[in-house]
Design a protein around this ligand. Structure first.
Ligand SMILES: NC(=O)c1ccc[n+]([C@@H]2O[C@H](COP(=O)([O-])OP(=O)(O)OC[C@H]3O[C@@H](n4cnc5c(N)ncnc54)[C@H](O)[C@@H]3O)[C@@H](O)[C@H]2O)c1
Length: 280
């Protein structure tokens, strides 16, 4: 059978590989013949090329990880993330966004050739990014780690001033996912000129460790939104992200793909111009 996905022998770097969607994506990539370099702060129990314990909120840890990854990277999957239930605003943004931005710019792009592909796991929680860009433009456009963190510190101080109490981490979650959506759009044109694709998957509620954490601060119905559908399984998010970085999607870039069984589609129909609540 023809290898339509084209992963055989490709170097794929995956963050968040220990559990949930990241683990499911690694399992598929292994089946498709990729050489998987898997990163996570937790132990990874899959037969990958190399599993690297990494804290993606920590620059040194990322630097040490990429010292163990080949000089050529074909595909990057930025999947790791936290719910914001157990972490504060800044830490949530460091893990969900700053670490991924740093990896992309410092290591992935310099090692990626024409034909390379990058895909992030965003969230339905990132909706509203279009009307809140000025809250995080400086972080997204920052030139390096120090500048990103300095801009994030300013944003975190503003968030604190506004007084989010127990919800600070959750606000950080929405903020980080909005940033990631904007980041993909911001990078699309320049990467197109290099022949590199970049996309983001925006999942609805999916049965993983994260939904278990959100259960302590919101109901199942709130997580599911108006559709009241079942939760997705992690594989149902792994499939679209594996597709996005594959040869099957060779002409797709700059897309934020809602994978939520129609929730975004229904909202676009019902309230096409609804502005998002500002976080800062
Ligand atoms: N589960 C959902 O309903 C849902 C919905 C929308 C988006 N998402 C996104 O999906 C992605 C995957 O999450 P999941 O739902 O599979 O949950 P998960 O908890 O099963 O997976 C997240 C992984 O990220 C890892 N991680 C956390 N902090 C890290 C750090 N500092 N350094 C390195 N790795 C770290 C965890 O150890 C874990 O293996 C996340 O980015 C999340 O925001 C999840």
């Amino acid at each position: 059978m023809k290898d339509y996905f084209g992963y055989a022998g490709k170097i794929c770097v995956v963050t968040g590989a220990a559990s949930g969607m990241g683990r499911a994506a690694c399992e598929m990539l292994l089946e498709l013949g990729a050489k998987v370099y898997a990163m996570d702060v937790a132990e990874i129990t899959l037969p990958v090329e190399r599993s690297i314990q990494t804290n993606i909120a920590d620059r040194e840890s990322i630097d040490q990880a990429f010292a163990q990854i080949p000089d050529v990277i074909d595909c990057f999957f930025g999947i790791a993330g936290v719910s914001g239930v157990k972490t504060d605003f800044k830490t949530t943004c460091m893990i969900n966004f700053i670490g991924h931005k740093y990896m992309t710019e410092q290591y992935v792009l310099p090692r990626m050739k024409k034909g390379g592909a990058i895909a992030f796991m965003g969230s339905r929680g990132g909706k509203g990014w279009r009307t809140t860009i000025e809250e995080y433009r400086a972080i997204v456009e920052a030139a390096d780690w120090e500048a990103s963190v300095a801009c994030l510190d300013e944003a975190a101080a503003k968030a604190e001033q506004k007084g989010y109490g127990d919800m600070a981490g959750l606000k950080g979650y929405y903020f980080s996912k909005r940033m990631m959506n904007f980041y993909v759009k911001y990078m699309t044109q320049r990467l197109a000129l290099q022949g590199i694709r970049i996309n983001i998957i925006c999942p609805g509620a999916t049965q993983t460790q994260l939904t278990a954490e959100w259960e302590s601060v919101m109901s199942h119905d709130q997580m599911k939104g108006k559709s009241k559908l079942r939760f997705a399984q992690p594989e149902e998010m792994a499939m679209p992200i594996v597709f996005m970085n594959s040869n099957m999607a060779s002409y797709i870039s700059g897309i934020d793909l809602a994978v939520d069984f129609g929730q975004k589609g229904s909202e676009d129909y019902a309230t096409p111009l609804l502005p998002a609540d500002p976080i800062l």
